[in-house]
Design a binder for this molecule. Structure first.
Ligand code: SAM
Length: 266
């Protein structure tokens, strides 16, 4: 499937998929459980099971690359637009640092933001989750909205937050090269612990001056000398994502290791 931009994808999908009540109620239960479980969420199998119950956005049903996750997909639009294992591995990686502030650029329906906010809040009850998007289509039950430490900055772009410092910044907004770079310069480079990009392998955006695909590779060439860089890339070659499996992918810059990886002491 080919889309012009991330905004097109979400916009077209939202018009098609309704209603979302049952999905939101089920998601609310998952969130309550996660908040009670705290540190136990650092168990990968447990976190994946919660994500399966929470569900992916119904819009992903059309994505052949997620064919093996057919039973994870909601009937409505609510839920993350992610490969589950990539998302969970990013969360576990960032969660080790118990961030107190996280910003997601491009929250769409709020599926990833809601699940992530509950995860980080379970590990650090003071954690604030900042939601940035140019359009408001965030769906969450009012009681969950109250329960989670959300800060909504909608509509806004990274231009409105230039220079602000967050522990973790997750970049998943406009996927053109120009915006990937702008989001990084405005916010990503100021991230204290982790700066992550979604779609580092996304071929859909390469026509946009190289897209995130191009910017990530350019950044990697210089940044890897200073910080640990990690890539989670779980798309399956041949399963609708081309012979090389280049699709989605989460790239992480870990600033906590700038002074060198901690060495095991005898
Ligand atoms: C692919 S969706 C994000 C998906 C979400 N992170 C998830 O995993 O569920 C991209 C979102 O970025 C938003 N967006 C597009 N351009 C943007 C920009 N310049 N700044 C912030 N958000 C933007 C779109 O409105 C859309 O909601």
């Amino acid at each position: 499937m080919k889309f012009r931009s991330a905004t097109d994808v979400v916009g077209r999908i939202n018009m098609r998929l309704q209603p979302r009540g049952n999905d939101l109620r089920r998601q609310a239960k998952v969130i309550e459980t996660m908040l009670q479980e705290g540190e136990a969420l650092l168990d990968r199998a447990r976190l994946l099971a919660h994500l399966q119950e929470f569900g992916l956005s119904g819009s992903t049903a059309a994505w052949k690359g997620l064919a093996s996750y057919a039973d994870w997909i909601n009937t409505s639009v609510v839920g993350p637009l992610q490969i589950p294992t990539e998302m969970v591995d990013y969360l576990l990686y960032a969660g080790r640092h118990r961030p107190a502030s996280v910003a997601e650029i491009g929250v769409a329906n709020g599926g990833m933001a809601t699940f992530s906010a509950a995860f980080f809040q379970a590990l650090n009850p003071a954690c604030q989750y900042h939601c940035i998007d140019i359009k408001d289509r965030f769906y969450v039950l009012p009681r969950i909205r109250e329960r989670l430490n959300f800060a909504f900055h909608i509509p806004s772009t990274s231009d409105d937050h230039a220079g602000k410092v967050f522990d973790v910044v997750f970049i998943d907004g406009d996927h053109s090269y120009g915006w990937a770079k702008r989001d990084y310069l405005n916010m990503g480079r100021h991230a204290k612990m982790i700066c992550a990009f979604h779609d580092i392998h996304g071929q859909e955006y390469v026509s946009e001056e190289g897209g995130i695909f191009g910017f990530w590779r350019e950044l990697r060439a210089t940044e890897a000398r200073q910080s640990t860089m990690i890539e989670f890339s779980h798309a399956v070659p041949g399963e609708g994502v081309g012979p090389r499996g280049l699709w989605m992918g989460i790239g992480i810059i870990d600033r906590t290791t700038t002074r060198g990886l901690p060495l095991a002491t005898a």
